[in-house]
Design a protein around this ligand. Structure first.
Ligand SMILES: Cc1cc2nc3c(=O)[nH]c(=O)nc-3n(C[C@H](O)[C@H](O)[C@H](O)COP(=O)(O)OP(=O)(O)OC[C@H]3O[C@@H](n4cnc5c(N)ncnc54)[C@H](O)[C@@H]3O)c2cc1C
Length: 330
């Protein structure tokens, strides 16, 4: 039996797994095909890829910044250069944007490179059996002494309800949705924009994937995110009419750039139901010794990757204060 089963390969799952793996046997489970959760990278083909979740790291905390700096030296991460514009189309240079050399899940991959990962494995039920956890996928079961959940708040609540107190369950956490569209723009011209932050009723941000210099193409590939209001309006509708909403977003974006909309071809429209939590909760993580269950994730602390990192570090410190015994290998 393993010591710690970690549910989720996002940054909080990857960080806590990497910390615990120094002293315990650890395995990761994720329902997605790839690593990274909300910092995943979508491949269009062998060459072209899109960061369709997290756009970049902009560390505030020294510990996180120093770690990212170390990974820049090791060529796992790099600075995203070029022209980052604000809504007036003027260059904004006030903070560094750090990205993965190959994709924005490079940091996750680095952290868990030596840890066993079970991908494509949706966990549908968890059950505490007095001294250990029974963790059920759709067709199989796993066993672990301790359990860590790193899902967004609503999904955590759903799966772990029986083991959480009412104060925790009744927290008023509403994670903001986001709609992300991945598109190709047919062009022969180099577009001198790396990213642009917009104040528009539909589009709020666009990133040129070409500007990350991970591939070369004469066409331009954009990751476009929609505004909070628009995302809220269509998050439960877009799946029924993907073409309609993709074209609506493209029309608005092409107007902003003053480019004919027929030059754009949509590849994927994705709705993040729980994109981020704007507000802080009154704790950084949760560790329940009685049930040997831990919970961490960005939503405890803030709306970004650094919050996931800090929540995982806080959980590790709590576990270290009262270390669970290691399981006997069977
Ligand atoms: C569109 C978008 C843009 C963003 N841009 C930025 C940015 O520029 N900078 C920044 O710092 N932050 C950004 N963020 C926020 C950042 O991505 C998150 O804060 C961070 O990635 C969250 O990591 P996490 O590990 O806490 O959660 P997640 O990454 O959500 O990890 C949870 C994992 O649990 C898995 N999971 C869920 N349910 C199950 C189940 N039943 N069984 C198995 N696995 C399951 C999911 O597949 C996922 O991999 C952005 C987020 C979005 C959505």
């Amino acid at each position: 039996m393993i010591d710690f089963c970690i549910l989720g390969s996002g940054l909080s799952g990857s960080k806590i797994a990497s910390l615990l793996s120094k002293n315990y046997s650890v395995e990761i489970f994720d329902k997605a095909k790839g690593i990274g959760g909300r910092s995943s990278n979508k491949k269009l083909n062998k060459l072209i890829s899109f960061d369709h979740g997290l756009q970049y790291y902009s560390p505030k905390d020294d510990q996180f910044r120093n770690f990212l700096k170390k990974l820049i030296k090791q060529k796992v991460l790099k600075i995203w250069g070029g022209n980052h514009l604000d809504f007036t189309f003027k260059k904004k240079t006030n903070y560094q944007k750090i990205i993965g050399v190959n994709g924005n899940n490079d940091l996750n991959k680095y952290l868990i490179k030596n840890i066993k990962k079970n991908l494509n494995k949706e966990i549908v039920r968890i059950k505490f059996k007095k001294t250990y956890w029974e963790i059920s996928g759709k067709n199989d079961k796993f066993f672990s002494k301790n359990l860590i959940i790193t899902f967004p708040f609503n999904q955590t609540k759903k799966i772990a309800k029986r083991y959480l107190d009412t104060n925790f369950l009744n927290q008023n956490i509403k994670m903001t949705p986001n709609i992300t569209l991945l598109v190709k723009q047919r062009t022969n011209k180099k577009i001198p924009i790396s990213s642009i932050k917009l104040r528009n009723k539909i589009v709020s941000w666009a990133a040129s994937e070409n500007s990350k210099k991970r591939f070369f193409s004469k066409d331009n590939y954009w990751t476009i995110q929609t505004s909070e209001n628009y995302s809220k309006k269509i998050i439960n509708l877009y799946k029924k009419n993907r073409n309609y909403y993709s074209n609506q977003i493209i029309k608005e974006f092409s107007n902003i750039l003053n480019i004919k909309s027929k030059r754009f071809k949509p590849f994927k429209i994705h709705g993040w139901k729980y994109s981020y939590n704007k507000y802080k909760t009154n704790r950084e993580c949760l560790w329940n010794q009685k049930y040997q269950i831990g919970i961490c994730g960005d939503w405890f602390i803030g709306p970004n990757a650094e919050a996931s990192w800090n929540s995982a570090v806080a959980l590790y410190k709590k576990i270290k204060k009262n270390p669970p015994s290691k399981s006997r290998r069977v």
